[in-house]
Write a protein that binds this ligand. Sequence first.
Ligand code: AMP
Ligand code: GLY
Length: 435
Amino acid sequence: MAKVMIIGSGGREHALGWKISQSPDVSEVLYSPGNAGTEEGKGRNIPLDAAKPENFDALTSQLRADPVDLVIVGPEAPLVSGIEARLKDIAPVFGPSSDAAALEADKFFSYRIMSELDIPQALSIICRNTEDAKLAIRTMNGLGAARNGLVMKARGLTGGKGVYVCDSVEEALDEVAIHGNKYGHEVLIAERLVGEEFSVFGISDGKRVIPLEFAVQDHKRLLDNDQGVNTGGMGAYGPTSIAKPQLIRRISEDILTPVISKMRYEGREYKGFIYAGIMLTEEGPKVLEFNVRFGDPECQPAMMLVKNDLYHLLSAAVDGTLHEQKIECNPGSATCVILASRGYPEQHQKGSSITGIAEAENIRGVKVFHSGTAIKDGQLVTSGGRILGVTAYSEHGIEISTHRAYQAASLIQITDGFRYRRDIARSELNRNEPF
Ligand code: AMP
Ligand code: GLY
């Protein structure tokens, strides 16, 4: 029987652990550090936050004392900080090397990779300082590439908050002046693409990549009807009918596979999830960004849609035997509604008590994944901006999965209140076309 460790503390990690616990070959799932929801069933939290580089030494000691058969790294930060290299002689690691994680951590690098591979992306200009950025905005305008507005993206990691979508050249120039140095002066100025957005996920063993055969749609804006600021994600559902299986195969062959081959060619070890944020434009799919991990909240509905034994799948990726695996999906749909603190994303209250989860989970197909939760004096309380991911599956499709998720959300109480979007999956319901 295998022991698995999951690094991280969010809804994504809870969902990965929930899914991998279903493997009859897994006896225990350790979370470092996990959250108040992860200590259920086969789960056990380690009081060590291995997502922080200062704890990598303690993590290696922990793994020597208590070995595991697979380590799955949830968030990007420890990957970028080189956790794969630190652990690979101690335990099999599912997560790319820090050299490969540059695909997410450095937008200049991913821009170069896509340019060299002729992968369709927004027309972009690399800017190393504020003057470059102003010039780039004017150049884009001169090229007629600012018709729909412009996008300014910080070069480095910003937790999904370093992208400014501007409606006009004037707004972009103002944004450079105001936010130019919030995440550093190095930015990409990009053409604003118009279309439907979705996320595609693949699993790579370093040589090849197999895609999950469904795409997920995230809801990044804070408020209904895609208003308000960009957040880490307020909800997600899948599959989205915007991306039919044939389109996903094309994205896998024309985008994911060349990127993984290029990583290999450049000596950048890549065993892990690869996530492509795609905009389906009139000219076809274009890449908005790559991430080197699963999306959160996308992972929560996605784990309900994957049929395979996740332990076998990810172990095969680490062993380099992914060609022997085939992804199988459950029929139907899954919907995840994020319950966030009232002040999210700017600030969040801590310590409010949470009740009603058991009642919510009594609804058929519902699982409440935790993210910002903790136990204080024996009571479940809030501890982060995104608190819970109320996630529901239905084999009968999106209408029922979404109805179940909202019904479950209505049963949860948090003393300081919470916010959530009321329109998760509404666009899919409105499309109303059979998948
Ligand atoms: P990213 O972190 O690069 O995915 O950007 C966050 C969000 O900003 C995306 O989910 C899009 O909604 C939006 N965005 C990013 N780049 C562009 C672009 N070139 N055109 C339009 N919207 C964009
Ligand atoms: N939900 C967006 C992300 O995980 O980056």
